[in-house]
Design a protein around this ligand. Structure first.
Ligand SMILES: Cc1cc2nc3c(=O)[nH]c(=O)nc-3n(C[C@H](O)[C@H](O)[C@H](O)COP(=O)(O)O)c2cc1C
Length: 280
């Protein structure tokens, strides 16, 4: 489903916010977020559960909650999923849609999949014990100045930059980079994908264009933990949200499909996930 907000401009505006004014969401803003949550869906047919809780994190940061990474926020969103094949993609897709809506409202957010206390937020949000608890995000009014710790984090992860097209997008085979010119009408959806946030800004998504088909891969080394591999799928769900919502905004159409076989052999550490077939 196409979101009711300007997508490209919101994607370009979004960045992570970790330092907030010390107040909870105003009732009107909270109501808007809750109503919007209820309208969200994903193209993978998987159930995604959203949560919201008020929880005080002081100006100095509360160690138990977010290990001091988040300052000032009082309201938090959460996302969990029942175990399901495409659930991780769906969680990334839907939660990013909610984050984009919050950005459009002028609110600050940041995906947190590592630096938060799962136990304490799981209790506060009443997460079903059968669910996989994916991530949370503070939601609130960005403070005019960010902390030294936040600036340092952004610098270490190079949060304001992204990999080049040549490293992310390929045409017909993995030896040929896809250029903006050859991507034609898909240049903008791919560029919006490139701006997606990812855990530690690792940008694990890769795309192979084969005519009107776009195959999505994630890259990771075989020896990473199961938890880390799961987050790569969430990262791809986020990137696909940017890609899909942008193409919907442009009036393009098509469908997601999982191919049994793709003739092009990917480089080592590329893992195929799903494809987009443009209707033409
Ligand atoms: C799935 C996911 C998990 C993340 N987990 C954390 C986290 O645990 N702690 C944190 O401070 N930032 C976390 N981030 C934020 C990323 O570091 C940030 O999105 C990235 O550096 C790019 O910066 P930007 O969002 O400002 O574009 C996460 C982002 C994603 C997408």
């Amino acid at each position: 489903m196409k979101l009711s907000i300007p997508i490209k401009e919101t994607i370009e505006k979004r960045h992570s916010v970790r330092t907030f004014e010390s107040k909870a969401l105003l009732p009107d803003d909270k109501e808007k977020i809750i109503s919007y949550m209820k309208t969200l869906s994903n193209p993978f047919g998987s159930k995604v559960n959203f949560h919201i809780t008020e929880r005080g994190i002081s100006d100095k940061g509360e160690k138990l909650g977010t290990y001091g990474v988040i300052k000032g926020a009082k309201t938090f969103l959460g996302v969990s999923i029942p175990k399901n094949e495409l659930g991780l993609l769906a969680a990334g897709y839907e939660f990013e849609n909610l984050i984009l809506y919050a950005t459009y409202m002028g609110l600050g957010t940041v995906w947190l999949a590592a630096t938060f206390s799962r136990d304490s937020f799981s209790n506060a949000m009443n997460i079903d014990e059968k669910d996989i608890f994916i991530a949370i995000s503070p939601i609130g009014y960005p403070s005019s100045k960010s902390t030294i710790q936040e600036k340092l984090m952004r610098k270490t992860m190079k949060s304001s930059s992204r990999k080049q097209w040549t490293e992310l997008f390929y045409n017909k085979n993995f030896e040929t980079p896809l250029t903006i010119d050859t991507a034609e009408k898909y240049a903008t959806p791919l560029e919006m994908l490139r701006l997606a946030p990812s855990a530690t800004n690792s940008q694990p998504w890769r795309v192979l264009k084969d005519g009107n088909i776009y195959h999505f891969y994630i890259t990771y080394k075989q020896n990473i933990s199961e938890g880390e591999a799961m987050i790569k799928q969430v990262d791809l769900g986020i990137a696909i949200a940017h890609f899909h919502q942008t193409l919907l905004e442009m009036g393009l159409d098509g469908k997601f499909e999982i191919f049994k076989q793709i003739n092009t052999i990917p480089p080592k550490d590329f893992h195929y996930i799903i494809s987009w077939v443009d209707k033409k």
